[in-house]
Design a protein. Structure first.
Lengths: 255, 255
DNA sequence: ACACGAGTTGCAAATTATGGAACTTTTGGA
DNA sequence: TCCAAAAGTTCCATAATTTGCAACTCGTGT
């Protein structure tokens, strides 16, 4: 394992549930010998990747990562436009919305707008979900060919819920449906009692694709509300697509 | 230069003005031989520190940095509390506010609330300013002893404006004033026509310190508005200090 | 077609990282 | 307060990775 791979592995150990790490934590998580980890964390601290928490031997991400991450987030025209759409739809229907990107087998939330209704999901910003087991992820996977999807998923990871695809074949069927309908839905899949509608759009120049998503309570959503969400997202994605020249907008049906 | 130092140096080349980098860019900026840079960027891309922009040879920060940066930002109780204070004062007086931390000789903006008045400064999030030449920076430097400040500044960097301290001795005088008064002001210093008031507060457990700041147009601010800003920040900092046990709140005067 | 600039690759030498073991420091319980 | 255990650090020979020069490839513009 190269130094870079080690550093990346350490950074991936941080999460919202584990915002600080010790030598022993990292030694167990990587796994790697304590001596190696001790020196690695020291070097990471000295170069700004992590910082000590006060005078303790605990480490947390360094401000340099915040700065670079900020640039990541704010340099993308596509994300900006997608966020505007999601914000407007979210405000219109009163449910939470967010924008995600795919990173390998996962989707990562980049932006979030809390809804005004009582149902609040935890902020998805910086949070990872399995792409195959979420509406946002499936809209992004649907932009790949079946061959590309098969290569990405030689075998399917353990599905996190019974409503998620259970086999690669089922996933492909679901993706085919996303392509036909232009959007994906999830129901009681990533969060109990929560459903979501998602639409993807891309920027052919940067080869970026993002998923626009609104979540809502599965049990109490009205058909009118659901339709407003869907139309809002589809129309927004179409506008973005027209501006950026995606030409792969899946808005083929009005449902 | 170790691999880690090289990677950190590359990440610091990104900015809001330079969101993408090429091999040639980095070779000039570091500086380093093209061959070294080519392989370094390749390794960084392979491990998630950077991503290719579409099919081009340009690179930008990777989503992994966004994730780690998000954790940095949201793991801090102090930043959260400071942000609430700044948000409330900003909403009350209608001017922009933000929270900053010090990183070496710089301050970095972490949060931002745009004011409702016409004067909008560019978002300070992720942006660096010279600590000695900004109100936020001086509130944070004032928490150091004079000896620590002298060690940090053997010589003073070139002042970016005539209103900034011009010598280390002048800086120390200004910091002494901040300690006495409990806040710092800047006027036409970081941004033309813009003034700022800042108050610092810390968390003794994590040894964090943040600066709470509100900016406003230097020419049109009224004494009442200025006082509302100052009192709002000082009172908020005092509340935080009482909760976190800072005991170094500089709220020694009501002015 | 050609020149030039951007970027990549080969290879020997230089430099850095590793892991086991010994050591030091910190922590928690009696 | 003391002591054992756990956490963390450092030494050192070996292994692994990185480096920079030079040659090469690719893309672009005239």
């Amino acid at each position: 394992m190269t130094t870079l791979a080690s550093v990346a592995a350490v950074l991936r150990c941080f999460s919202e549930e584990r915002t600080e790490l010790t030598v022993t934590d990292v030694a167990a998580l990587l796994p790697a010998p304590k001596s190696t980890v001790s020196r690695l964390l020291r070097a990471m601290r000295d170069t700004g990747f992590i910082e000590s928490v006060g005078e303790t031997k605990r480490y947390r991400p360094g401000v340099m990562l915040f700065e670079a991450g900020h640039i990541y987030r704010h340099a993308s025209t596509l994300v900006e436009r997608a966020d505007e759409v999601v914000k407007a739809v979210s405000a219109q229907v009163g449910h939470s919305g967010y924008v995600s990107v795919r990173d390998g087998l996962d989707v990562v939330g980049l932006t979030y707008h809390a809804g005004s209704h009582v149902l609040r999901v935890a902020t998805p910003i910086g949070r990872r979900l399995a792409a195959f087991a979420s509406a946002t992820g499936r809209t992004l996977l649907a932009r790949l060919s079946d061959e590309e999807v098969r290569r990405l998923y030689p075998t399917l990871p353990t599905p996190p819920s019974p409503n998620a695809p259970q086999t690669v074949e089922e996933l492909l069927v679901r993706l085919s449906q996303v392509r036909r309908e232009g959007f994906a839905e999830s129901n009681d899949e990533a969060n109990r009692g929560v459903a979501a509608i998602a639409v993807a759009v891309g920027d052919p120049e940067t080869r970026e694709a993002v998923s626009l998503c609104v979540t809502f309570p599965a049990a109490t959503i009205t058909p009118g509300e659901r339709n407003a969400i869907l139309q809002g997202l589809l129309a927004g994605a179409k506008r973005i697509s027209a501006i950026l020249g995606d030409g792969r907008n899946h808005n083929t049906k009005t449902n």
